[in-house]
Design a protein around this ligand. Sequence first.
Ligand code: C5P
Length: 220
Amino acid sequence: APAVIVAIDGPSGTGKSSTSKAVAAQLGLSYLDTGAQYRAITWWMVTNGIDTDDPHEIAAAAGKPEIVSGTDPAAPTITVDGTDVAGPIRTQEVTAKVSAVSAVPEVRTRITELQRTIAAGAPLGIVVEGRDIGTTVLPDADLKIFLTASAEARAARRSGELKGADVNVTREALIKRDAADSSRKTSPLAKAEDAVEVDTTDLTLEQVIECVVTLVEEKR
Ligand code: C5P
């Protein structure tokens, strides 16, 4: 069978990562977390004293770090200049700054190129999760999914992951980040016209996984 390309987009807290990893593992496909790439470049900017409020400084530095993603869904990895950054990219500081960094066109061009190269090299195909995969990165994907959920459900899931985090604070931060991601000029968070929308508010993770696996199998 030819390689199958699956694009999974949506805001934070919809279960994108858990769903994408599980679908890729079940179907023997590669997996790419594009949010981790934007977090990695943001981590590098913060660590190297780049003023993340200055788009010109961000643009000038966008080509400097080397970002490498490991695409095994059972053990995805992310390194910057050879350093494992899987932990540091999840800090509050990086999370608060990633929307500003990822809105800079030079950053998006660089990361998008990386994503297309990885997708083209996946032998059996790949599940790519993000915000602009179906609209911009892989517009010819075999299947496009757009995951949604109520703000309440998303905040509850995210604060569950962040053990002990205040639900209201998490909810506000999440809404702010999604608004920034949806309103930026270059490839904003958006549902592709030909994407299948799945509202996960009242579904279990298992139900969402089964739904997406079935949709992929119909395309193969
Ligand atoms: O998915 P995650 O929450 O880790 O993504 C972190 C951030 O990376 C998003 O809030 C968004 O600013 C950026 N991002 C993006 N385009 C993607 C994936 C993530 O701009 N395809």
